[in-house]
Write a protein that binds this ligand. Structure first.
Ligand code: UD1
Ligand code: MG
Length: 429
């Protein structure tokens, strides 16, 4: 645990440039609010405390983050990033150690990066450290001004910058670490910016440099981590960058995404080597996929899905809270919910497990080697035994389990009579 570290996350701004009523940090990136990405990466450092500075839409932000271990600091009026951090003084000033400042609108930052940043900051004994990045299109971000010897001098906001400053491509990521004392003392001195009337946190950096304190500026190796979201097109760009990152990480583990740009795979999904994900597949959080599986095209794997090694899920198949055992197949047009399939089960085209009776959900079990024909409806709760066969078009009613090796057909499903017996019966008539 980093017991001399507190993390503050700026999340009070209105996000005017998003042109949206929703507080900026609640906009969704890859299925999660921006702020959640930041909180979860920060938490991996195990800091003493994570404080969220909330203001605009604070009730919504608090509600969205209620299950995370964070405390809240209110900034009633949004008077700039410096003012926002100042609001945290009552709770955080005077503590030993360091304060890391993260931005709720810089969601692609990785825990590994900020952990290294923190270690470097401590080793350097700097009063403050800032992460910078060199971007092709620095847009509206603050520019890093270095002196003739390459040392950080100050940070100028794009809106306050002159022509030559605007041409600088090294930007302020908005991620800093300060010695606790240096931060809160510095905040007491800053004045409102003449152009915007806001109190800038970046002015604390400028003042520290001017008073001869050591401030280090470290460039990040992957600039996408420093992407700040100010507009909807920034959000779109971040979405693409995150998708690429996720596909890249899976590729490194031996998983092929045939077309990463049309594939949605949530953060934290695990997939074993040799598996292939075909286009237009959506794999939500809390899904675990084994080795050599085939997914899609057009598959939808929802929370709680487990595919064991060699299982395959094909077109227009939706699976929720279900396990497919080794080598089991569901290749066309099915819904499997709250279902456990053993090994080598064949789920035919159009099979449905009817798991909801209008009031509650029920489970289905399909044992090893069973064959479920096309168009079958299994009304849960129901079990299909080992090696059983359910003929195409059958409806198996709730509670009417199909025994091991049994063959059933019809609506409602009944045991099939072998041909010989059927002939004998007919002769007797
Ligand atoms: C800020 C930095 C800029 C940097 C960029 C990185 C300042 C003055 N500028 O600019 O140098 O390149 O981040 O992304 O710090 N917020 C509050 N209260 C406020 C104002 C803002 O909590 O009163 C929060 C916002 O919700 C946001 C973060 O602070 O999460 C940054 O604010 P934003 O207005 O986006 O600043 P930028 O213009 O991006
Ligand atoms: Mg911003």
């Amino acid at each position: 645990m980093a017991s001399d570290l507190d993390i503050l996350i700026l999340a009070a701004g209105r996000g005017t440039r998003m042109k949206s009523d929703l507080p900026k940090v609640l906009h969704s990136l890859h299925g999660q609010p921006l702020i959640q990405h930041v909180v979860e990466e920060g938490a991996l450092l195990k800091p003493r405390e994570i404080g969220l500075i909330v203001g605009h839409g604070r009730d919504l932000v608090k509600a969205a983050m209620k299950s995370h271990a964070v405390s809240f600091v209110t900034q009633k009026e949004q008077k700039g990033t410096g003012h926002a951090i100042k609001c945290s003084a009552r709770r955080f000033a005077g503590r030993s150690g360091h304060i890391m400042v993260l931005s709720g609108d810089v969601p692609l930052l990785r825990a590994a990066t900020i952990r290294t940043f923190y270690q470097r900051h401590k080793r350097s004994k700097a009063a403050a450290s800032v992460i910078t990045a060199t971007l092709e299109h620095p847009g509206s971000l603050g520019r890093i001004i270095r002196d003739g010897r390459g040392r950080l001098e100050r940070i100028v906001e794009a809106r306050d910058a002159d022509f030559s400053e605007l041409a600088i491509r090294e930007i302020n990521s908005g991620i800093y670490i300060f010695k606790n004392e240096a931060l809160y003392e510095g905040l007491r001195k800053i004045k409102a910016n003449k152009n915007s009337g806001e109190f800038y946190l970046t002015d604390v950096i400028k003042d520290l440099v001017a008073s001869g304190e050591k401030v280090s500026a470290t460039a990040i190796s992957d600039p996408t981590e420093a992407m700040g979201i100010n507009t909807l097109s920034d959000l779109e760009a971040a979405q693409q960058a995150l998708r690429k990152r996720i596909a890249f990480e899976h590729a490194a583990a031996g998983v092929e995404f045939v077309d990463p740009s049309s594939t949605f795979v949530a953060k934290g999904v695990t997939i074993g080597a040799g598996s292939v994900v075909w286009p237009f597949s959506v794999i939500m959080g809390d899904v675990n996929i084994g080795a050599r599986c085939r997914i899609g095209p057009f598959a939808h794997l929802r929370e709680g899905t487990v595919l064991e090694d060699g299982a395959a899920v094909g077109n227009f198949v939706e699976i929720k809270n279900s396990t497919l055992g080794k080598g089991s197949l569901a290749l066309h047009l099915s819904y499997l919910g709250d279902t456990t399939l053993g090994r080598d089960v064949n789920v035919g085209a159009g099979v449905i497990t009817a798991n909801f009776d209008g009031e509650s959900k029920h489970v289905t079990n399909i044992q090893d080697g069973a064959f479920v024909g096309s168009g079958v409806v299994l009304v849960a709760p129901v079990d299909v035994g080992k090696g059983a066969v359910v003929a195409a078009g059958a409806v198996v009613p709730a509670g009417q389990d199909v025994g091991a090796g049994q063959r059933v057909a019809g609506v409602p499903a009944k045991p099939m009579v072998p041909k010989k017996k059927r002939k004998k019966r007919e002769q007797k008539k």
